[in-house]
Design a binder for this molecule. Sequence first.
Ligand SMILES: [Fe+2]
Ligand SMILES: [Fe+2]
Ligand SMILES: [Fe+2]
Length: 430
Amino acid sequence: MEKIKTVGAESFSVDLKHALVWVARALDYVGVDDIHHNHRVAYIAHECAKRLNWPIKKQEFTFFAGLIHDCGVSQTNEHQELIRELTPAHVQTHCSVGFNALNKCSLLAKFSTIILHHHTHWELLKEIDLSPYEKDIAALIFISDRLDFLRAKHISSNSADLVTLRKKEISDELNKRSGTLFRPEYVEVLCELVTKDGFWFAMEPENIESIPLHFTHLEWLHKDLSMHDLIQLGRFIAGIVDAKSPFTYQHSIKVAELCLHLALAMHLPRHTARMLYVSGLVHDIGKLRTPDEILHKPGQLTAEEYIHIKRHTIDTEIALQMVFPNSKIGEWASNHHEKLNGTGYPYNKSAKDLDLPSRIIAVADIFQALSQDRPYRDRLTANEIIDIMQPMVTDKLIDDEVFQYLNNNLDDFYLMSISPDENIHPLYAA
Ligand SMILES: [Fe+2]
Ligand SMILES: [Fe+2]
Ligand SMILES: [Fe+2]
């Protein structure tokens, strides 16, 4: 057997602030064509918060609330509905999904109530029993979100800057809903803001991403992530990705679990096994950008549709390089569709380029997917999966040794793959 590169201890150093900026970038993939919605809402709300003279910490907090406000949306159809109307009919689902996901992640739970209410009309919100702090921010995120809808409505396909010709229509629409949908003080501030050309011209993703890099007032954002934090954040991302389709329910969580146990069974260092667990959690983050109809298509994909599918590995790589710099997490994740004989994607890597963790994640991904229902077939039994995977070993698509470990403990791995997710095992903690 060819020599597999060994993996030494992995180190990483990333603070929550940077991680959140890049998580938000991945969340914004969901727009497909209209990306960066979360970024623009963060920017708009932050500009307003400054003009409202909110304390600096509250301004910074508002920015981050905007950045993750639509974390409950992972289906591209859902996103399209939210940007089609000023008051879309089905807003509550993504608010509740976001609320639950944030509450499960103690690093981000402080945002959950705001996100739950980011579509609550002002006339209702003002009566709800909520802290004034959360009420202020939820109301500001709501109007900022709807301003981004109005921007999309009035935008020209030639140039986003031409929206500045429609300032009057935009402020009229906000004014009409003052006191009912929107909090009157915020309507006033925003109507003043929309008259400025600079406010619109500066609404560029590169500019918006650089804004929080100068924030210094929220101490909890500035600590380096521990392994435990990293796993929490990874599980948060996995929850969003897995919610994209009923067929991929728990796929990321389960791939991660299989990776961890295969890595330990194959005597990789414990730290490497944990890093691989995180990599498994986030390996399909790029799929947030894949249109639902392609992901759910029951039949054979066209050549064009297959291109969309293949690109998710690169979107994963780009997102993860930034969230997890100086670590193998992104590389392993983006290798999960590579094959030992060079026929995989996206780089047609071959055996010499694929280390043991990359081989483990590739095997875990196939095994888990085959153990799940798909639009065009029911879940396969453990033996049926082995019948499919054995020839893949023969054809040098997947690693023989990893496959043998899987096959030797087939019942355990199969059960792991199909059983509902449990809470974080103590092993995963720091
Ligand atoms: Fe929303
Ligand atoms: Fe939104
Ligand atoms: Fe994938």
